[in-house]
Design a protein around this ligand. Structure first.
Ligand SMILES: Nc1ncnc2c1ncn2[C@@H]1O[C@H](COP(=O)(O)OP(=O)(O)OP(=O)(O)O)[C@@H](O)[C@H]1O
Length: 543
């Protein structure tokens, strides 16, 4: 909570900008504040993703003085024509930072739920408050991720309810019992430590029940999911404490568990403790503390994943990214280094691949894809394309069945129909350095600017195919520099396409890297499963 920040407001925005008159807890001189929502044009009230970032408390005296000063100034300048009135700069006494709040409670019971230190008032203050405020319910206590609290007291019921509606939307949506799956050998083996020191205290503070389950073997997650085939799933959320590998293992265990694919709808969160944590980075949880705040709040994003059918494998694979080409080669070398240097294995694997021969290997492959078709374009599509689309009738039906449980069923169906009607196109390259298909930006968790597909979002109901045409070593180095600086799209040889389905027929023997796991070279068919998972976090984080 930062104090004494400033906020600029245009005078004509003030009436809608002001939320309430409040009094802060423990203030014996009953100093009161005006509470403001910022920015003024922020829409609010959306339960899952409130878009405001901060609330500002401005001392009533400061507020009134500034307004008076401003109107005096306006009167003296009334003959000067200006396009817009000068903004007023307010000094804010308290800034309530949305991103650091873990819970908001109302009523007295809220106070007793906090096991940690708080700024709660002493008995004499409470007595004073009783006399001042007849409506005891009209207070909101905000708890921050460092367990400091601030209580706001309201005098006006309407203002209280308006603020309550905004602030209470931060809270975890329901009674929750969270299963925390900890991989003790993930990354630097800090999982248990972060759970104990950061996640558990926040869960306790927000009154959320949890159970910690340590994965004692590589097959633990599969057995854990399997056991629910014939019994009720006792948890409301599953949290993976580990890297992308643990998450990948969980969603595939659910996918294989034929009787329980309803578990795909259970909100899944990730606490980043692995060697690679690309998935959680695109959910606003690159840092442990941010990931914990997201987990405690429990807001979910209906997220797209892909289903991959390899020709030589019986069961499909569920994933968020698939890479082929030099990236598969690097992952193979990295895998061999697993025991030696876990955290630097990809960097060393990359260097070895680069140095292993004087010329870079080229990767030949036939790639066909269905481009995403905007809804409006579907009516104007030419007849040839429609005919080709009909050949894929079976896939269309499958996908419609898949989306049956989703809340926006009708919207979903029309989108899926539209996607399915698009025709197969053949990619005009067949000689790659690499290509990748992703459902999210795929950010490097260590170098935050390094993004594979800028702008790709988990919730945009599309997949993205990025490809780099064959290159020499110097050009590849130039590409890597642009990639690490966050300018991948500036590279002429890199292209990005929005797709709903892809077929791959490799002509080189090169493994696939699927969410960090290796799969042997094979023909693959990749389909988009829109909004298939509920991932815990937030979108548009840029952190
Ligand atoms: N107790 C355990 N002992 C050994 N391996 C385990 C254990 N629990 C989980 N695993 C394995 O760890 C892998 C997932 O690792 P995770 O992604 O959490 O961490 P990581 O350090 O990023 O992994 P990686 O070394 O694959 O990069 C899974 O393949 C899983 O089978």
């Amino acid at each position: 909570m930062g104090n004494f920040a400033s906020v600029l407001c245009h005078p004509e925005q003030l009436p809608s900008f002001k939320l309430a008159n409040v009094r802060k807890s423990g203030n014996k001189d009953t100093k009161s504040y005006s509470l403001f929502l910022s920015p003024p044009e922020s829409p609010f009230g959306q339960r899952d993703q409130p878009s405001f970032k901060q609330l500002f408390c401005i001392s009533d005296k400061v507020y009134q003085d500034e307004i008076d000063n401003h109107s005096e100034k306006a009167k003296s300048q009334k003959n000067i024509r200006t396009a817009r009135p000068e903004p007023i700069k307010f000094k804010c006494d308290i800034v309530i930072d949305y991103d650091s709040i873990i819970s908001v409670t109302k009523n007295d019971s809220a106070q007793s739920a906090k096991p940690m230190k708080s700024n709660s008032v002493d008995e004499r203050d409470l007595e004073e408050e009783k006399q001042t405020f007849s409506e005891k319910e009209m207070k909101l206590t905000i708890t921050y991720s460092d367990f400091k609290t601030i209580t706001l007291y309201f005098e006006d019921a309407q203002e209280f309810h308006k603020t309550e509606e905004i602030l209470m939307s931060i809270n975890s949506p329901k009674e929750r019992t969270v299963a925390i799956l900890v991989n003790p050998v993930s990354g630097k083996r800090q999982g248990k430590h972060h759970v104990k020191k950061t996640l558990v205290p926040m869960l306790l503070s927000a009154d959320i029940s949890y159970e910690i389950l340590e994965t004692d073997s590589p097959t633990y997650v599969d057995t854990w999911v399997e056991q629910f085939n014939d019994k009720l799933f006792p948890y409301t959320d599953i949290i993976c404490v580990g890297g992308d590998g643990l998450f990948f293992q969980l969603i595939n265990a659910i996918g294989r568990s034929l009787k329980r694919d309803d578990l795909f709808k259970v909100p899944i969160g990730i606490l980043p403790c692995g060697t690679q944590n690309a998935i959680v980075c695109d959910l606003g949880g690159r840092k442990v503390r941010d990931a914990c705040i997201n987990i405690v709040r429990g807001h979910t994003i209906p997220s797209d994943i892909m289903r991959i059918n390899f020709e030589k494998q019986d069961e499909p694979i569920y994933a968020t990214s698939l890479l082929w080409g030099i990236t598969g080669e690097i992952a193979t070398k990295a895998e061999k280094l697993r025991g030696l240097c876990k955290s630097a294995k990809y960097a060393i694997g990359g260097t070895l691949t680069f140095l292993s021969s004087c010329r870079l290997k080229h990767y030949k492959c036939k790639v066909e894809y269905k481009p995403m078709v905007p809804l409006g374009d579907s009516e104007n599509r030419d007849e040839d394309h429609k005919e080709e689309g009909h050949k894929e009738e079976d896939h269309k039906e499958d996908r419609i069945v898949e989306s049956e449980n989703h809340s926006h069923l009708e919207e979903q169906r029309s989108k899926i129909r539209c996607i399915s009607e698009s025709a197969w196109s053949t990619f005009d390259l067949d000689d790659f350095c690499f290509f990748g298909i992703v459902t999210h930006e795929a950010r490097n968790s260590k170098k935050k600017k390094e993004v594979f597909m800028p702008g790709a979002r988990f919730d945009d109901k599309r997949m993205y195919m990025g490809s780099l045409a064959k290159l020499g070593k110097i050009k590849l180095l130039q590409f890597l520099c642009k990639h690490s600086a966050g300018n991948i799209m500036d590279c002429k040889r890199f292209s990005g396409t929005e797709v709903s389905e892809v077929r791959i027929a490799p002509r080189n023997d090169c493994p696939y890297n699927v969410d960090g796991e290796l799969f042997p070279s094979d023909k693959a068919h990749i389909e988009l499963l829109p909004s298939h998972l509920n991932l815990i976090g937030k979108i548009h984080c840029n952190k």
